[in-house]
Design a protein around this ligand. Structure first.
Ligand SMILES: [Zn+2]
Length: 222
């Protein structure tokens, strides 16, 4: 696991070359928040990074309920029993929905969130598309957006549903391409400084690149 340390967060990357999966540890003054938990088998390394910061883990937010984001959330919760497990209201409603194919959570959800809620310094934005209940988290200190699988940058910049030959997996698991484009249009209007996603490095705020991603996405629908 590769760890990219920034002032306000660490980016934890599983299999950085072959099949990168990101999760993020948001560092606040007195506590930390984990966004996503990578895949199964990675919890020990994630726990080590959390413990190395020497600050209590207060929240674990899942951007959506797919196995490469849920990972071993139950094992992480066992080590940090005070950490609240947070999921969006809509994703929680869909956990038992047969056709939406979300992975069952191995742990009890402690708190449900919706658009406009706060988790520490993070503002919740509903960004449906990859799944109906997908959320993004905005760090208001840095203006960085953590968007889950709303976009990918591995294999080429793409909005969820726009399949990239080298890394087609997020597109294959996307529920609603049109909704994903609308969600990305919505949050990119706010011009966040960086967009951190589930697979690949961050996308900087570059309107040309963003417009190209939106055009590519639309071309694949029409
Ligand atoms: Zn993913």
């Amino acid at each position: 696991m590769k760890v990219i340390r920034e002032k306000f967060h660490n980016q934890l990357v599983t299999m950085p070359r072959l099949f990168p999966i990101n999760c993020y540890l948001i560092k606040e003054q007195k506590f930390m928040t984990l966004i996503d938990c990578s895949k199964k088998g990675e919890s020990r390394k994630i726990i080590d990074v959390i413990q190395s910061e020497g600050c209590p883990l207060k929240h674990i937010i899942l951007t959506h309920a797919h196995s490469d984001h849920i990972g071993d959330v139950d094992k992480i919760k066992k080590v940090f029993p005070k950490a609240e497990i947070i999921l969006s209201e809509k994703e929680n409603q869909d956990l038992n929905h047969k056709e939406r194919k979300l992975s069952p959570l191995p742990v009890q959800v402690d708190r449900l969130v919706k658009e406009g809620d706060y988790v520490g310094s993070l503002l919740v934005k509903e960004t449906p598309g990859h799944t109906r209940g997908s959320i993004s988290l905005i760090d208001l200190r840095t203006h960085f957006a953590f968007v889950g699988d709303l976009i990918q940058t591995k294999g080429g910049n793409a909005i969820a549903g726009d399949r990239r030959f080298i890394f087609p997996f997020p597109a294959m698991a996307t529920q609603d391409k049109t909704a994903a484009i609308q969600s990305f249009e919505k949050i990119s209007k706010d011009q966040y400084a960086r967009y951190y996603c589930g697979h690949g490095s961050y996308l900087e705020n570059n309107s040309e690149k963003i417009q190209r991603m939106i055009a590519r996405g639309n071309a694949k629908i029409n």
